[in-house]
Design a protein around this ligand. Structure first.
Ligand code: NIG
Ligand code: FE
Length: 431
């Protein structure tokens, strides 16, 4: 089965090396005007100027879809906490009344307040709500999302979260990459005894996750009041022995040393990175660690400070951007908003932000088969109803995605309920 998508006003193909883009290369979008993309099965077989692609012999028997608009690789959201049981509206009300994230934690809100509902929820309910959210990701043009555990914080509940991700993955076209975030916070049973909790993770959680092959990555929240750099090293090195690749939440609220610890463990990405200093950036450069910036969480927390994206770009560190979708600091799964926020608040050029949301997102997840629109790549495409790609960053708060193609199949088409591959169980209407 072949399909040719035609009439694309601007195709951002991100052609080039299949590697993280940094420095000036982060501005190279591989822009082609009046373009077409030819897809066979789940792969792209040609992409380029319309008349060239249309005249290929392989295009002769392809179904033609005149899409117009802008076409990008479907977004790759490399950092989400999309499994959770309840929104944290009480935290939100406290914050609008002026409380900080730390003050909310102090008052009994924060990460640990999400634990109760997740522990009480059935695996089926977690899976069901995740599937509804997967449908929303797809409608916003996202084809791949990393999804973390981290609201269970005991063996059974962490496994329950990871199993919900696994079983939901089998029912939605959205690719979900699972990450074990057992060290998201010290759970109440271990209050004041973070090292004992790490003993417990090493003894009880890592072996089970490894045995069942439930996580590609392991993540830790390195921050004052959560886990120290030494604890991060211990956790990430031990996770690696259990087959999980390291990544970490670092320097989110303060400079606490997580970046150097993560880099020393060879982390694929250092996430948030708001308070990174020159030494941290140097450590990332040595270890080839990607800066995964999450500016929508700064927006939602009402912070004045945003991650120093320009410093990373100047230092030649590849920058990815992601939503951080979670119930505490970022209840937003729309990458279009994150792109706008990264441009307005971190000084990224629209070209850099789009690279950060696609090819560099793929690299922050160790993915080789997506993030570019080139022959051989998986056909993950997002189409937007705009004339110029910069409108993606300009019309903030909008979702202009009109079609999402994942692995060669149109899984979402605006206004076409029948054509979408978002199954009934993935859609909010089915709730
Ligand atoms: O990335 N900082 C740690 N984790 C999340 C917040 C999670 C929560 O508040 O529930 C983050 O911002
Ligand atoms: Fe996060």
């Amino acid at each position: 089965m072949k399909t040719i998508y035609t009439g694309i006003k601007q195709l951002l193909a991100f052609t080039g090396e299949n590697s993280p883009r940094s420095g000036h290369a982060q501005r190279e979008t591989g822009l082609i005007e009046n373009a077409a993309v030819l897809v066979s099965g789940d792969k792209i077989i040609a992409a380029g100027p319309r008349r060239i692609v249309e005249s290929l012999p392989e295009a002769a028997d392809a179904e033609a879809i005149e899409t117009g608009g802008i076409c990008l690789p479907a977004f790759i959201d490399s950092h989400t906490h999309a499994v959770f049981a309840e929104p944290r509206l009480k935290d939100f009300s406290m914050r609008t009344a002026g409380a900080s994230y730390a003050e909310i934690k102090q008052a009994g809100g924060g990460i640990n307040s999400s634990i109760g509902a997740v522990r009480a929820a059935s695996a089926e309910d977690l899976e069901k709500s995740l599937l509804i959210r997967a449908g929303s990701f797809i409608k916003a043009g996202t084809g791949t999302a990393e999804v973390k555990s981290g609201y269970g914080l005991d063996r059974d509940s962490e496994l329950k979260m990871l199993k919900a991700i696994k079983s939901a993955s089998e029912k939605t076209p959205l690719t979900m990459i699972p990450t074990l975030l057992a060290a998201h916070s010290v759970p109440p049973e271990f209050a004041g005894h973070a090292d004992d909790y790490l003993d417990y993770i090493e003894k009880e959680i890592f072996p089970s996750v490894e045995k069942e092959g439930l996580a590609k990555f392991a993540d830790i929240f390195c921050e004052k009041g959560y886990f120290s750099p030494a604890q991060a090293k211990r956790y990430l090195n031990s996770a690696r022995k259990h087959g999980m690749l390291p990544k970490a939440h670092v320097e989110q609220m303060s400079r606490s040393g997580g970046t150097a610890a993560a880099a020393a463990c060879g982390a694929i990405s250092a996430d948030h990175a708001d308070y990174c200093a020159a030494e941290d950036i140097a450590a990332m450069k040595d270890s080839g660690t990607i800066a995964a910036l999450l500016p929508a969480s700064n927006y939602f927390l009402g912070l004045k400070k945003f991650p120093p994206a320009r410093e990373f770009i100047q230092a030649g560190i590849p920058v990815a951007i992601a939503t951080d979708f979670n119930p505490g600091t970022c209840p937003c799964l729309n990458m279009q908003f994150v792109i706008s926020c990264a441009c307005v608040n971190c000084g990224l050029a629209p070209e850099e932000a789009l690279c950060a949301a696609t090819i560099n997102g793929a690299k922050a997840l160790g993915l080789e088969d997506r993030g570019m629109i080139m022959p051989g790549m998986r056909a993950d495409l997002a189409f937007f109803d705009y004339d110029d790609y910069r409108e993606l960053a300009y019309f903030f708060g909008d979702n202009a995605c009109v079609r999402t193609v994942i692995a060669g199949v149109t899984v979402y088409e605006a206004g076409n309920k029948h054509a979408k591959g978002i199954s009934a169980s993935c859609s909010r209407e089915a709730k």
